[in-house]
Design a binder for this molecule. Structure first.
Ligand SMILES: Nc1nc2c([nH]c(=O)n2[C@@H]2O[C@H](COP(=O)(O)OP(=O)(O)OP(=O)(O)O)[C@@H](O)[C@H]2O)c(=O)[nH]1
Ligand SMILES: [Mg+2]
Length: 138
């Protein structure tokens, strides 16, 4: 019998940055050929062996959106199983950075007001992030 819970399933640990300036957040569109392709995301990527989440976040945001993170603070942690892949998202708020974010890997990127984020389609795991961001501006 097939089980929906597989304790041996590898969990991908991901550092995610909520890049915030005043009431706006910088989001990017995931390339079509990637997991959850075509959806919008908060930039970030896999934590590599030997890296802390903060180090991974700094590296990924340089690689993906060309900004240098000066400091960040933990925002929330989400565990989600997509079936084809299980992820642990370590989400940090990034308000202190240098440079102007752009989609450095050819991906679309744009600043969006927090109250307009629900017009964009995000991966299912992101639902609690949007809910918490809305709380910030209430
Ligand atoms: N960056 C990012 N990943 C997310 C978000 N939500 C979410 O479910 N994910 C999932 O977390 C994983 C992140 O992997 P990634 O593709 O960004 O990793 P990466 O930058 O290291 O790229 P790579 O695939 O080229 O190694 C993907 O499975 C993605 O679907 C999000 O808001 N931002
Ligand atoms: Mg990435």
């Amino acid at each position: 019998m097939e089980s929906t819970i597989n304790p041996d399933k590898k969990v991908v640990h991901v550092a995610v940055g909520i890049i915030k300036r005043e009431q706006d957040i910088f989001i990017c569109k995931r390339p079509d050929d990637k997991h959850q392709g075509g959806k919008w995301e908060f930039p970030g990527g896999k934590v590599e062996k030997g890296e802390t989440v903060t180090q991974a976040l700094q590296r990924e945001l340089i690689e993906e959106v060309d900004i240098h993170v000066q400091s960040s603070s933990p925002f929330m942690e989400i565990h989600h199983d997509y079936g084809d892949k299980a992820v642990q998202l370590d989400i940090h708020l990034v308000e202190d950075f240098s440079g102007e974010p752009i989609g450095l890997e050819g991906q679309q990127g744009q600043w969006v007001a927090i109250d307009k984020l629900d017009n964009f389609q995000f991966p299912a795991a992101n639902v609690p992030i949007l809910a918490k961001l809305i709380e910030l501006i209430k």
